[in-house]
Write a protein that binds this ligand. Structure first.
Ligand code: 5GP
Length: 173
């Protein structure tokens, strides 16, 4: 397995993060959003994003993984749930990448049962052509082709998360 040259450079990612943070800061003027990061993949994006947001906010995390099955809605397992109450709060769920949409859709539906005042989704990457479940992405960084990517929080076998850029991961054979 090999990691290719940067597909999205550190500079491109940081410029996009600042752009998304600017939009969120404007949209949430006068409010105090609860930002919920989806671990582990969103850890780097999340920390860069919140440091550029100019409204007061609180943070929390969910650790979850999905086991997609070809033609079903798959299964999502929550390993560690959030601790903040979300009732009547303006929640922004922050994800590294939306692929089939199964994970986000599951978490979104689950959160909506707890009646937040609002719930928006922010994802750095979107592999739209892979979508199985239609889930609204309110703040989208980059739309990318159907390739497996690593870096900037995203892993292969829990490795490569520390790369400051995003690269396409290929089999070497
Ligand atoms: P979904 O439920 O949308 O199919 O999957 C979302 C999750 O799948 C992401 O949070 C991420 O953990 C994983 N994933 C999907 N595509 C990729 C990819 O290209 N690279 C990596 N490293 N993870 C991916």
């Amino acid at each position: 397995m090999v990691v290719g040259k940067p597909f999205l450079t550190e500079e491109e990612i940081q410029a996009k993060v600042r752009e998304l943070a600017g939009r969120i800061s404007r949209d949430y003027e006068g409010r105090e959003p609860l930002m919920v990061g989806l671990l582990k993949g969103a850890f780097m994006f999340f920390s860069d994003l919140v440091r550029h947001i100019r409204v007061p906010l609180t943070i929390d995390f969910i650790t979850a993984s999905s086991y997609a099955k070809a033609d079903t809605t798959g299964e999502v397992k929550i390993h560690c749930d959030m601790r903040e109450e979300i009732e009547d709060r303006d929640v922004i769920l922050v994800e590294d990448i939306v692929d089939t949409g199964i994970t986000l859709n599951y978490l979104r539906e689950r959160m909506l049962t707890r009646t937040p005042r609002s719930l928006k989704i922010c994802a750095l990457l979107d592999k739209k052509e892979r979508r199985i479940v239609d889930v609204p992405v309110d703040y989208r960084g980059f739309e990318i082709p159907n390739e497996y990517v690593v870096g900037y929080g995203l892993d292969y076998d829990n490795k490569y998360r520390n790369l400051p850029y995003i690269a396409i991961f290929k089999r070497s054979d």
